[in-house]
Structure formats: structure tokens, C-alpha cells
Design a binder for this molecule. Sequence first.
Ligand SMILES: Nc1ncnc2c1ncn2[C@@H]1O[C@H](COP(=O)(O)OP(=O)(O)O)[C@@H](O)[C@H]1O
Ligand SMILES: [Mg+2]
Length: 350
Amino acid sequence: MNRETQAVGLDIGTSKVRCIIGEPSDGGVMNIIGVGQADSRGLRRGIVTTTDAVAESIKKAVETAERMSGVEIQIATVNLSCEHLQGENKSGVVAVAGVGREITTEDVERAVQSASAMQLPAGWKIVDRLPQEFIIDGQDGIVEPIGMHGARLESRVHILTSPSAGGQNMVKAIHRAGLEIENMMLEPLAAANSTLSDDDKEYGCALVNIGAEITSLMIFGRGAVQHTTVFPFGGMHFTKDIAVGLRVSIPEAERIKHHYGCVAGFLFKGEERQEIIEITPVGRQETRQLSKEILCDIMQPRAVELLQHVAHEVFGSGNQISSGVVLTGGGSLNRGMVEIAEQVFDAPTR
Ligand SMILES: Nc1ncnc2c1ncn2[C@@H]1O[C@H](COP(=O)(O)OP(=O)(O)O)[C@@H](O)[C@H]1O
Ligand SMILES: [Mg+2]
């Protein structure tokens, strides 16, 4: 593969592994020339449980994308998420030395490093350092300190940590699938980069990525990440509720959810509430009938509960979300999710 001309993204989610190959075209836009996906195996809530199974899923997704595009890939930017990701805000300070005291790239790196000097639980490591602001000789709110004058440089940094073994096992699985890693990107950050505007990040907003087994929350404000939490629930919980409530298999519950699911009863218009859907209970040949309203009665409380957990975390963090809530991930595709989130967060949601 020619690395100058192609970009490859690999998204290792809890439900699907997806691969996408892009090629730059005129006007600085990217042409998508290949996509592939495979069911995600060997992962539980983003943690590798069987390396070979994960490698197999990656291979399948990559091969499909390669066939479609006609290019062979060796290297990819990888999008990762895991249940145990944690964010913390830290600060550090360094003295700026040198003639004229102009702040250099090295000074900034030292200031960020000094904020990351923290006690980590055994087996944990720092996965990303996201600078929030710099303070030069007491002057706060500085975004780009390089080249400025000053003697004392403070940094405020959002530090993301996770168990190091999880990352190593993931790297091993990717290598075993025959790929090199160009760059690693945390899923909520990737989702934020593709959906949030600079204003959203400046005025404050909550990005909620609802995957299959985990939901990640990233709160932005003053142009930077202020808070990160990952919850051990997601779209799969709706599927399980439907499977138990209607005595159907998981694949049948998934089908019902995608085709007829709704988490907000007030969206039904006229007769739709009573519309009949056909389902096939476990171990039966014949179908059974039920109304859309009954399905909604199963799903709605779960949506409210899930979003209330997230909202509780947002309000507890003390951050303002003037730009509202942005839902991403497959779990946000449930009909009515945006409307319920709007009520639960009491904030504009999209
Ligand atoms: N149209 C849809 N309606 C409702 N749920 C959906 C829809 N499409 C996908 N989902 C759900 O989204 C989840 C997968 O989301 P995704 O963001 O791909 O997860 P991950 O990143 O964890 O692999 C699954 O629980 C799936 O059932
Ligand atoms: Mg995902």
C-alpha cells in the first residue's frame, strides 16, 4: 500500500469490527474506496478475551475492504474503546529557562509531563494526555503557549488511563491479523472529532457514544475535554430485555429492535401504537403477534434508565453543557433515543 495516498481506519467495537479505506481526491476530500465489517468476536466490553478470535474478526473486515478497493493494506489507524478507560484532570508547573524566556515545544512537553506525574494503580498506564489550557505567569486560558514570553508555565491536562494489559492484548491481536498500527485513537475522541464543532467544544457539550456493550461519555468545555467516563451498558441491553420479555432468541430480539423498536411511546401517531408485529418465540415454528406499544413498554424504561445514569454523571461533574448532548454509536439509532435524551438531560440533543 502506498501510505502517502491512502488512509485506513479500523474500528474495533464490541459488536462489529469495521475497516474503511479512503483515498484523497480533489478539494481535500476523502473518497471511500473500500469498506468491510465482521462480527466482533473474542471481546467483552472492549477487553480482549481471546486474541485469535479478535485477530480473525479483524482479518475478515480487512479482507472485505481490500477486495472492494483492490488495494492491499498493511497499516491502519485504530479506533479503540474499553470499559476501564478513566479520565482525570491534573496540573503541572515548570520554570522556563533561557535567553528572552520564550516558551519552546520542549517547555510545553515538560509542563504536560509534569502534570502526568501521578500514582497509577499497578498495571495501569496513561493512554492519552489532552492539554486543556496553559497558564503563563498567572495568566490563564492560554491555548498555544509556544513562542510566548514567561518564566513560569503551568499546564492543566486531562489524563486518560486504562489497564495496560488490555492495550497490549489488542496490539497483539492487530499484529496477528497482519496489520501495523499507524495511530491509536480512543473511540469517544474519534466520535467527537467527526461530530462536534469548535463552538460545541468551546461552550460545552456531552458526547455520548452508545455502543453494544459500553457507553462512553466525554464532556467538552472551553475547547477541551473536561471529563471522561465509560459505562458498562449499551445497545445490547435493549436486545436482552426484548429477548427475556418476549421469550425470543438474541438474533430475533435484535431483528425486532431494529425493525420495530421505539423508546418513546409519545412518538406513535394515530393507530401506530396498536400496529401488530410478528415475532418467533424460541423453539417455536409458528409466529406470535404483539403490538408496537408492548415492545415500546419494554424498551422505554431501559432507555430512560441508561440515559439517567449518564446524565447523573454529567451533572455530578459540575460541567456546563450549553451546546447540549450529541449521541453517537449504534445504540443511539433506536427510534426516540434523541427525544428521551432531550427530556432526561433537559438539553438540546442531536
Ligand atoms: N437501527 C438501529 N436501531 C437500534 N439499535 C441499533 C441500530 N443499529 C445498530 N444498533 C445497535 O447498536 C449497537 C452497536 O453499536 P456500535 O456503535 O456499532 O457498537 P460497538 O462500537 O460497540 O461495536 C448494537 O447493540 C446494535 O443492536
Ligand atoms: Mg463503536
